[in-house]
Design a protein around this ligand. Sequence first.
Ligand SMILES: Cc1ncc(COP(=O)(O)O)c(C=O)c1O
Length: 399
Amino acid sequence: MSLRGLASRIGQLEGEGALAVFARARELERAGRSIIHLELGEPDFHPAPPVIEAAKCAIDAGRDRYVPPAGIPELRRAIAEYLHRTRQLSVEPDHVLVSPGCKTALFMTLLTLVEPGDEVLYPDPGFPLYRSLTRALGGVPVPYRLTRENRFLPDAGEMEAAITPRTCVLLLNSPGNPTGSVMDERVLGQLARLAVKHDLFVVSDEIYARIVYDAPFRSIAGLPEMGERTIVVDGFSKSFAMTGWRLGYAVAPPEVHLGLRMLVENSYTCTSEFIQWAAITALEDPSGAVPAMIAEYRRRREQLLGGLNTIPGFSCLEPEGAFYAWADISGTGLSDREIARYLLEEAGVASIPGSAFGAAGADFLRFSFASSAAQLEEAAARIRKVSSRWASAPARSSQ
Ligand SMILES: Cc1ncc(COP(=O)(O)O)c(C=O)c1O
């Protein structure tokens, strides 16, 4: 039997580094090894009890039907109110579109905006989907670098130099994965001026917006003239520890919203009804679960950073948001992949080599601190133990 080949766009898609490390870590576990999982961006919390209760009540009440493609009106209204309360954004509920996860919202947004040959500016290091999906759509991903010297914030001058008549989208992610940097008013103002001057859409991935430790989070969508050209994407996975519930949303200007709705109608029809009802309770957060989780992440940030910064050759800036330590390992003389391999195979600590997030991540490793304090302590001890491997090695290996 002969089969036709797959569509060429599939060959352009790249997998996620985290999932590849996770698969190897599970293999080692099956062989009897003890592994501490610091590779996945998955909170070790579960949703707050009132959210679980609300989902059960919604199922009992028969709220398991097809619903409008853009989401149930009650949740769209609750999201608009939430964004006003937590981000000072003035959002029309009509501009909200509920989706099964933030990734789906991102996927549909790029599908709506990117034509073959269009250029998309994206952060390097950054979430792998930005580059992968742009390429699959026939677009041209153009990286902008986030460097340690610039506290992993975008350099607007460098970005402007990369803009051409084919640039159509500026992708932003603050707080950022993997660096944990949070854009301040000054940077947001510079980027907003660029977007207006060059008539760009801005896709602002705000999935970590609630997880900030120092300054309050600001959305670029709140700046003058930005509401009409910004698509905010967000979700419940991180802020509400609801990864497996698959719930996210986009806030988009009307013509983009129409494109998104068409995609929903032509793909998954609507997002699960009872999960949407439970999400309203998550946003209201009657038990104060979100601030409690953030306080715990703040403690773990201190603990993990304290541990990593005592490892020979490691150096880590304090992340201002999200739950990742982005460790500069250039002082070890080994590559990110070599160190990640030692840590996983010999120390039983799973991390992600920085180059999985783009070429600019090659001297880094990402460690998630969404794991328990006891696991973080054990991870630091295990890493210290194997660090003698490189502490005595004088030169960078050629591998
Ligand atoms: C920057 C960023 N955007 C989006 C997502 C995906 O979120 P969701 O689980 O809602 O699809 C992640 C998850 O790791 C992320 O790090």
